[in-house]
Write a protein of this length. Structure first.
Length: 375
């Protein structure tokens, strides 16, 4: 059995959400001049406008797209988009893990849409994306956070599509290259790749999505926190920081701190590079060890954020390995998602240092031997 390592990761936080804070994060250094002030005050509006503008600039989003802050994390943003815009056309839904399956369930059982085409796949593989009909709306997750399987590119999305693409991009934004010209409705949350706080979602709309909003009225009523249109016109203040409801200004300060760090490390290219370096460290480990494999079957679809792994071990042994690493203060919260096959889910986003990944893996090798050698 491998000898027990001595050196431990400086940061053992490998949770896939909320994710690890950035290196050097210090709560005391947040700019907190907005705390205790109204989000409608001049300082509040300035901070919220910066959330929209800096996000757009750092992600290199086209100038004619809109970026807004909405309630209830990525879930709220995506539900808002579906309830506000689906129903105008038939819809193709691609699902291969828990969150994509959740969107499909809501579309069928809550919105009760007709003309829904379901394209599903088991954990570890993608459905056939070429089945997307350019005349239909398309709903999908870019990165399957609970399966470790991501969409490798946007080649399958038609540039001449009639429908809209609805992309849940949490765990992909700020870590993967997204073809914005192919994405009409995109959502994400702060607590993933940026290590921000929860409860707030980002909504990104193409001009085609805006046209749908103002030209189409769904048959069902919308709650206040879902409304983006009033009297046939877009409530465009939402995309200038005039939020639908009261946001947490402390969370806003935390997010702006994260965006400042992104700028300091080289912007989007720097973020993608760090995340890919972390995945490469795990690839090297998997290549050397015969008892561990990626859940993703196709190497081109392996996520570089939520890396999911299977082990040659029983479910009980996997749980024991996770427990040992937690008790040793080496790796917290790395068990597979509750609906996924037994295994590990290791967060590899840019806020994680590659050296910590490598140290954690040395402990994983030891823990596997320690647990599986027991009678």
């Amino acid at each position: 059995m491998t000898a027990k390592p001595i050196k431990k990761p400086v940061n053992p936080n490998f949770s896939s959400g909320p994710c690890s804070k950035r290196p050097g994060y210090d709560l005391a250094k947040l700019v907190t001049t907005t705390l205790g002030r109204s989000h409608r005050s001049s300082v509040g509006k300035t901070a919220l406008r910066a959330v929209c503008n800096e996000t757009k600039a750092l992600l290199q989003i086209p100038s004619d797209y809109l970026v807004g802050l909405v309630p209830a994390s990525d879930t709220g943003a995506f539900e808002l988009a579906m309830w506000s815009m689906l129903g105008a056309r038939d819809v193709d839904v691609f699902a291969w893990e828990s969150f994509g399956s959740g969107w499909l369930t809501d579309i069928i059982k809550e919105l009760k849409l007709s003309g829904v085409n379901q394209y599903k796949a088991d954990y570890g593989v993608l459905p056939d994306l070429s089945q997307a009909n350019p005349d239909n709306d398309v709903v999908f997750t870019w990165n399957g956070t609970t399966s470790g399987v991501c969409v490798p590119n946007g080649d399958w999305i038609s540039t001449d599509r009639g429908g809209l693409t609805f992309c849940d991009a949490t765990s992909a934004v700020f870590a993967m290259e997204l073809p914005w010209e192919k994405l009409d409705v995109t959502t994400f949350s702060w607590q993933k790749v940026l290590g921000g706080e929860g409860a707030h979602g980002m909504l990104i709309l193409s001009p085609r999505a805006v046209e749908r909003l103002v030209s189409y009225t769904p048959e069902w009523p919308l709650p206040k926190i879902f409304k983006l249109v009033k009297s046939g016109s877009l409530i465009d203040g939402i995309f200038r920081g005039e939020t639908i409801n009261t946001p947490s200004m402390l969370c806003v300060a935390d997010y702006l701190d994260a965006l400042g760090w992104v700028a300091d490390i080289g912007g989007l290219p720097g973020m993608i590079r760090r995340s890919r370096d972390n995945l490469d460290a795990i690839r090297r480990f998997v290549d050397k060890e015969s008892w561990i494999q990626f859940l993703a079957k196709d190497p081109e679809t392996v996520s570089n954020t939520s890396v999911c792994l299977t082990l040659d071990a029983t479910p009980e042994q996997v749980k024991a390995i996770v427990k040992v690493l937690d008790e040793e203060d080496v790796a917290y919260d790395i068990g597979a998602y509750r609906d996924a096959p037994p295994g590990l889910r290791i967060w590899c986003g840019a806020t994680i240092e590659t050296t910590d990944i490598e140290l954690m893996l040395s402990w994983l090798r030891w823990a596997y031997g320690y647990v599986t050698s027991k009678k």
